[in-house]
Design a protein around this ligand. Structure first.
Ligand SMILES: [Zn+2]
Length: 622
């Protein structure tokens, strides 16, 4: 049987891992009473913290979305990695060298994630050395031209990829990395050439300073790659929708100042940090998206009354306005905290620093206005506000903007401001917006958020329908474990599900899930989809997802499935036996001898079945 990761090592990793540190790298946590910590849940959108971490017990739990678990499954969920990869990640953090037991080929790539991070780190060092060396002159000239000297280059770890096209690959292979590992790291192409050639490089790190990948700028006219900027392709560690350049430098300042500044390029991030705007970050090779927004929001902390500020720097031009509108239409949970800093001259932060100095950059950030005001003014700018009909048209143009704001607590302030900008009566403005809302609600289904204060933070919301089973309930472990295997590895069961019946399950949600398993036929869609097609209760949906991601330490096999099924049926038989015994005790054999004898025969039969099953059920490990 495959043990995979050595059990002792696993135990050491669990012992040494401090859940508050692990979660704290992703979510800003604040102390509450009773020794627990709280922050904004990374797994659902929320404005008031219902995400709790209990260091003493090593658990996290979100009362908003019901997710919860230990440090390992937190890493699994947030990094979208397997159980084994999460262990490797944590082992690296706490300094445990994992040993693997011979596992029959289950883990094809032990430790790939760590190998990729190691290769990236060595590559960053190699590139940084190249920038300072003889071949790095063009890179240094490029940086000089943007106002960055040797100190800045070192501070930000900037590098230079040599033009030969093989140097990095050779360097890393000499350090023991295989071709395959280097391809998977995105450092070398399938054809053996270095991924980056003749470019200036910025190492892109996570909040924990691990190098995830690189951003690279073209500096030679004869560059074979057409794009001005080139980024590491998606790898096991580099996901462009969630990486932010500068996060390693800005992370602590973002939490401290309750502010983040979003700029567009690598040199803009550098310029900001050098000017003292040390909360600056930039998305890499992709537009700033909802995932980035959520990442920053979590780092900003609790989203309480004082809020936090996310400041976007945009050009004052049409493209900048369009970008602002896009942010506005994106994640609205963000709206009250979103600001825009527009540079009227159209200079980006890097050029602004060169032409007007570092103070000008700090002033730019100081001039921020709320995003909604910026967007509103842009809409109104298209109308002639000196005329009565122009003002009315402008009002009708801006009304959808106000009515699209889902947070009722923000709307009245925006209405007042719109009235002021138009020089109109606030009541008139309110009426017109209301008409627009009514028009909209006739055409679209709206799901308004409950007003704040309706639900007490920290208390689970009552759910209709099926009760949610507690995954840690030891008495239900056989039921959950069997279902986990059924969801994950149905092929390890026989056609009759090893003789399991609906009545073998005691918890209503588990009963309902097994009934759906029985009802799920062949057909299109994945196995889990077909189970959910049979019963689409939201509790079941959540349950199936949990079961699909919960760790299984052993590779599912038919033997393993038989053990679980047997254990489940032993428990079920034991309940029937106890019932029957109690009934026998209450029955006087003299009253109805044949009935008594039948019951006694059933009891003997059940005992016999249980004995047979006990031989199979040796008590599977979790
Ligand atoms: Zn949640």
């Amino acid at each position: 049987m495959a043990g995979l990761i050595n059990e002792e090592d696993l135990a050491t990793v669990r012992e040494r891992t401090r859940i508050e540190d692990v979660v704290g790298s992703y979510v800003t946590l604040r102390r509450t009473g009773g020794g627990s910590l709280t922050g904004l849940c990374p797994f659902h959108d929320e404005k008031t913290p219902s995400f709790h971490v209990t260091p003493a017990r090593g658990f996290w739990h979100c009362f908003g979305c019901g997710e919860g678990g230990d440090a390992i499954n937190f890493i699994q969920k947030i990094n979208h990695v397997s159980f084994a990869e999460a262990i490797e990640f944590l082992a690296d953090r706490v300094g445990v060298q994992l040993r693997y037991t011979d596992g029959g080929g289950q883990r094809v790539e032990p430790g790939l994630r760590l190998r990729v991070l190691e290769a990236n780190q060595l590559a960053a060092e190699f590139f940084a050395g190249q920038l300072l060396g003889g071949s790095g002159l063009p890179g240094r000239q490029f940086l000089d031209g943007r106002g960055f000297g040797k100190d800045a280059a070192e501070q930000f770890g900037i590098g230079f990829a040599p033009t030969g096209g093989r140097e990095l690959g050779q360097h890393l292979k000499a350090k023991g990395f295989s071709d395959e590992e280097l391809v998977k790291a995105g450092l070398v192409r399938e054809n053996g050439w270095d991924f980056f050639q003749g470019r200036v490089l910025w190492p892109i790190r996570d909040a924990g300073r691990s190098v995830l990948g690189f951003g690279a700028r073209k500096i030679f006219d004869d560059d074979r790659m057409p794009a001005k900027y080139l980024n590491t392709p998606e790898t096991i560690v580099y996901k462009k929708s969630t990486v932010l350049y500068g996060l390693d430098l800005a992370r602590a300042n973002i939490a401290k100042k309750n502010q983040a500044v979003v700029v567009e390029g690598y040199t803009d991030v550098m310029a900001c940090h050098l000017a003292g705007v040390d909360t600056a970050v930039a998305s890499c090779g992709t537009a700033f998206g909802d995932d980035h927004a959520r990442l920053l929001q979590r780092l900003l902390g609790t989203g309480d009354v004082t809020g936090g500020e996310v400041i976007f720097t945009f050009d004052g031009d049409a493209a900048g306005q369009a970008a602002a509108l896009k942010v506005f239409k994106g994640d609205q949970n963000f709206l009250a905290q979103t600001y825009v800093a527009v540079e009227p001259t159209g200079l980006d932060p890097c050029d602004l620093r060169i032409q007007h100095g570092e103070a000008a950059l700090r002033e730019l950030v100081g001039r921020r206005v709320p995003l909604y005001r910026f967007v509103m003014r842009n809409v109104l700018a298209g109308y002639d506000l000196d005329r009565v009909d122009g003002r009315l048209a402008a009002l009708r143009g801006a009304a959808p903007l106000v009515s699209s704001i889902r947070d009722a607590s923000l709307v009245s302030g925006y209405l007042r401001e719109l009235a002021q900008l138009l020089g109109m009566d606030p009541e008139e403005v309110r009426r017109e917006v209301k008409v627009t809302v009514q028009r909209q609600s006739r055409t679209t289904q709206r799901h308004p958020e409950p007003p704040p204060g309706d639900a007490l933070p920290g208390l689970p919301e009552p759910r209709p329908g099926l009760p949610v089973p507690d995954p840690r309930d030891r008495r239900l472990e056989a039921e959950r474990g069997t279902l986990r295997l059924i969801v994950r590895a149905p092929e390890t069961f026989d056609a009759a599900w090893n003789g399991i019946g609906v009545d073998d399950f005691t918890h209503p949600a588990y009963r309902a899930l097994f009934a759906s398993v029985l009802a799920a036929g062949e057909g299109p869609g994945s196995w889990t989809q077909r189970i959910l097609n049979a019963n689409s209760d939201p509790v079941l949906e959540q349950l199936v997802i949990s079961l699909a991601v919960e760790p299984v330490l052993r590779v599912p096999t038919e033997g393993y499935a038989r053990e679980y099924s047997a254990q489940l049926r032993v428990q079920s038989l034991s309940r029937s036996i106890a019932e029957l015994k109690s009934k026998l005790q209450r029955t006087n054999p003299l009253d109805d001898q044949p009935a008594y004898n039948r019951m006694f025969a059933s009891l003997v039969n059940l005992e016999k079945q249980r004995k047979e099953l006990l031989a199979l059920a040796t008590g599977p490990a979790v």
